[in-house]
Design a protein around this ligand. Structure first.
Ligand code: URA
Ligand code: SF4
Length: 269
């Protein structure tokens, strides 16, 4: 990040997303360059109400040391000698084809469209949500409803346009009334997600919400307990954050989400 215009643009984007008056300068910004010099007020770098020590602690963490190592989950891959087509699928399209005709769990009954996920196979980031909502079920595309619009903005703000990210969910069919996917539904569907991750081989996985985090880390720990650590899924760094639908209900979580997403950005390089 070099010129003031880009900084100002990023600042305004953060303002919109965070809905507050704090600003987080990107890594490598000139320490002497105050936000005030590119437009925003001089005190903009302070979180209102936060003690200076606390603010410093957060930005020091965001700007230098990464959060501590967390859990590591390494589920076994497909058996080369089995005739299960999912672990053998050679491409994301092949997986989408298998999903399209899948009846392995009861979620197939009420779906309009399957929502396998979308994005380039060379994506450096994989974002994993919970399951399709109504708009996703109507269109067959992940994260295109209100939560998806927020996700698109968040990705844009870290300069990762959603077209460059592989975006998908734990379950590929919509749970009725958007209820939580049940354990047996997740168990039936998870081979698709595991194979998608294996094909994309991202540099980082961003698990959004408790369902994605607990499934990909094989744990029952709460989302709050899992945040702010660098976990691993089959060796790939995995960051846990709030689900964008939760952010729409609780704007207080926008700021911690922003911190999480920036950590993911740094790990992508
Ligand atoms: N919520 C999700 O978890 N996934 C989507 O695709 C949309 C909303
Ligand atoms: Fe198959 Fe997954 Fe849809 Fe269940 S949710 S029917 S396992 S694709």
């Amino acid at each position: 990040m070099s010129d003031g215009r880009a900084l100002a643009r990023e600042y305004l984007e953060q303002q919109k997303l965070l809905g507050g008056d704090s600003v987080i300068l990107p890594d490598g910004a000139t320490p002497g360059l105050r936000p005030g010099s590119v437009g925003p007020p001089e005190n903009a770098a302070r979180t209102p109400g936060a003690s200076p020590g606390k603010t410093e602690g957060r930005s020091a963490q965001a700007d230098s040391a990464l959060p501590p190592l967390g859990l590591s989950y390494d589920p076994p891959g497909g058996d080369l000698f089995s005739n299960d087509p999912v672990p053998q699928a050679a491409s994301l399209e092949a997986i989408a084809g298998l999903v399209a005709s899948c009846t392995k769990c009861r979620l197939c009954e009420a779906r309009r469209h399957t929502v396998p996920g979308e994005g380039p196979p060379e994506a450096r980031l994989v974002v994993v949500g919970e399951g399709p909502g109504r708009v996703e079920d109507d269109t067959g595309r992940p994260f295109v409803g209100p939560a998806g619009e927020l996700l698109t903005k968040i990705l844009g703000a870290i300069e990762l346009p959603r077209e460059r990210v592989f975006i998908c969910n734990v379950v590929k069919c919509r749970p009725p009334e958007n209820r939580l996917p049940q354990f047996d539904e997740i168990a039936a569907c998870i081979p698709y997600l595991f194979r998608q991750i294996e094909i994309v081989k991202p540099k980082v996985i961003l698990a959004m919400g408790g369902t994605a985090a607990q499934t990909l880390l094989n744990t029952k720990q709460s989302l709050g307990a899992l945040r702010n650590q660098v976990h691993r899924f089959r060796g790939i760094p995995l960051i846990v954050t709030y689900h964008p639908a939760a952010l729409l209900r609780n704007p207080n979580w926008k700021k911690p989400t922003w911190d999480d997403v920036r950590i993911a950005r740094r790990l992508i390089g």
